[in-house]
Design a protein around this ligand. Sequence first.
Ligand SMILES: [Mn+2]
Length: 446
Amino acid sequence: MPARADFRPQKNTRFFLAPAADAAKLAAFPNYRFHLTSLNMSKPTTTPKTAAAKAVFKALDTFKIETPSWGYADTGTRFGKFFQDAAAIDLNDKLADAGQVHALTGCCPQVAVHVLWDFQPGQDPKEVAALAAGHGVRIGAINPNLFQDQIYKYGSFANTDPAVRKAALDHTLYSIDLGKKLGSQCVSMWLADGVNYPGQASVRARKKRMEECLTAAHKKLAPGQLLLIEYKPFEPAFYATDIADWGMSYLYAKKAGKQARVLVDTGHHYTAQNIEQIVAWLLDENMLGGFHFNDRRYADDDLTLGSIDPYQAFRIFHEIHHHTFDAGKPADIAYMIDQSHNDKSKIEATIQTVVTAQELYVKAALVDHKRLAALQDKNAQIDAEEILKTAFFTDVKPFIREWRLANGLPEDPLKAHRESGYERDAAKARKARRKELGIVQSGSYA
Ligand SMILES: [Mn+2]
């Protein structure tokens, strides 16, 4: 059994916090990014011919999805972690891996970051922006961390202690400022606040304190910056979570101010919940800020998008395309991935996720909205339902391959990644670097 001390330096249970590489090391670190020029590809001459191909091209030209920095690092469950040599050690590694995914898919120019896991105290945001640019990506959503520190035992914004609330607010304001300096639009707030036992706290008093802090954070937003408020029914608190569902997020956002929106994490629902209906309502109220995509079989499992229920993700995308058709313009939605790749290869799992997201988004774009509206007016339920099913079962892979070729991308991103040797080289280099930095990996939970 590993000693408890083996675990402590890692600071948190899910993610490995590595020391920052210094500037010289970052500069010397080889960039394994797959060079597209090395591919023997035909010139991008393909243009869409059929109506379906045109719809696919139109959808893919605008669809971008943000990958999470933590999806490239060693992660696990509350029972422990299994380490991978190729897992990212620090932010430079994470951005390099994100750059590889973007280079292969052309779909992921932004990377979501977690302030405590990715930024060193006092680190110059310009340096981070330059690091990202060097890997061909930008910094996307900023995620403050209001759940890791010991002071948050009884919550952050809803805590009874004004000093804890102040610490949480200060960290949030620091995160908002980081976002301003990095030119990032979204600040994603996930509050782990809640209580474990009935009678433990005043539900209404906690609500009021949460409102006050969210409103104070909103005041510091720059024009154009958005405060996304995520909800989750349970975990880590198991009796009452302070932002348990979309209605609570919606109310907090409305009270916080005009630049606050709801963030829908697909895993943060009870299994029977109709997520696409929530999405449709939020779209209609102009309150949908964005998504954290993942899939789950039981609860917040953080599995690969579409691995369990691809039709559900399709139905969510259908509500979005349907809204665009009715509104005449797309809503401003931040598509993000929030997954833990515990046992899959991290970069491969991310590519698989992105490709799946593209396929499901495109399938939903094939729905004939005009015809659907006519059928809905007549209550022609079978024919209306068949429109959705036909779109869902359409093989869109050939169209997506065409789009990739037209955009100078590899036809099969996963295959191209495997052939690039990126992962093998990264594993070798990172294994050596862990040794050099004295990083001791321990899979122990406690
Ligand atoms: Mn999330």
